[in-house]
Design a binder for this molecule. Structure first.
Ligand code: PLP
Length: 281
């Protein structure tokens, strides 16, 4: 397995990072994940743009076009050209003596690798999600590598044999530990507004666009934890999750394992079509 690390393609067992890397010491960095389908990289521009935007937000001076140019060589050397795979990218603020303030004139640590990975054709499996309090900081819009709140919530979901932890802040549902969440009520789709309390998922954006294309009414509005029982359907979205119906959220059962709701199903079908027709954007 090959890793692209600071401009060089090296094998994974030779790829090492200093213990003084600010990613290691402070979690001071940004990451991104995208998938390549057989017919191309899925919404690659949106992923590169988000990586650049997030680096700009935290003041890491790095131009992602450099990384973009390294993707083809990485895929070639990983034997993954035109093959289904997952691409992980990470940029940290670099190596410097441990002081909180940003170091001056330090190059960022830039890392990227690709793994064979095939997305399921359609999300036939529904999810069980637990509810957890959203203990994260107040800049969840930043795709930070500091993921302790997300990791702890997700671990709890695993302990309870669930698939995801859905987070609640001040009585409102924000998002999942690594997914966005949508609800459906009387034919209308709801999801949390893309503010600083959630990560503005690329799949979330795709789903909102699909609603528009399919004339499904949609509103970016936070749903209260006390409204869960009133909703007709709920689903999770994410790059690897795609669109996963929620069968059970907390104590509320939306559907039996195979009886996915009509709007969720329609969006899953449209998403599957999109993957076949329109991928290498
Ligand atoms: N919310 C959080 C907290 C995430 O970590 C992720 C993905 O990693 C998402 C939402 C979904 O984003 P995307 O659809 O861009 O993968």
């Amino acid at each position: 397995e090959k890793i692209f690390l600071n401009g060089e393609l090296i094998s994974s067992h030779e790829a090492t990072i200093s213990v003084f890397d600010r990613g290691f010491l402070f979690g001071d960095g940004i990451y991104e994940v995208m998938v390549q389908l057989e017919n191309g990289l899925f919404y690659k521009d949106a992923h590169w743009e988000r990586l650049q935007r997030n680096l700009d937000k935290i003041g890491i001076a790095y131009d992602v076009t450099e990384m973009e140019a390294q993707l083809d060589p990485l895929l070639v050397s990983s034997n993954l050209t035109n093959k289904p795979c997952l691409i992980y990218m990470q940029v940290t603020r670099g190596v410097a003596p441990r002081k909180h303030a940003f170091p001056k004139d330090v190059p960022p640590t830039v890392m990227m690798y690709a793994l064979p990975y095939t997305l399921p054709h359609i999300n036939s499996k529904s999810s069980h999600a637990i509810l957890r309090s959203d203990n994260r900081w107040l800049r969840c819009d930043i795709k930070s590598i500091s993921l302790l709140g997300n990791v702890m919530a997700n671990e709890r979901a695993m302990e309870e044999n669930a698939d995801e932890a859905v987070l609640v802040r001040d009585g409102f549902i924000t998002e999942g530990s690594h997914t966005n969440i949508f609800f459906v009520k009387s034919g209308k789709v709801y999801t949390h507004p893309a503010n600083q309390l959630i990560l503005d998922g690329i799949t979330r954006k795709i789903v909102l666009k699909l609603c528009e294309d399919l004339d499904i009414p949609m509103m970016e509005k936070a749903i209260g934890v006390d409204e869960i029982d009133d909703m007709d359907e709920a689903f999770l979205t994410g790059t690897t999750t795609q669109i996963a119906s929620i069968a059970k959220l907390g104590d509320h059962i939306y559907h039996t394992p195979d009886a996915i709701g009509p709007i969720t199903k329609k969006l899953q079908q449209a998403f599957a079509d999109l993957k076949n027709l329109e991928p290498s954007k």
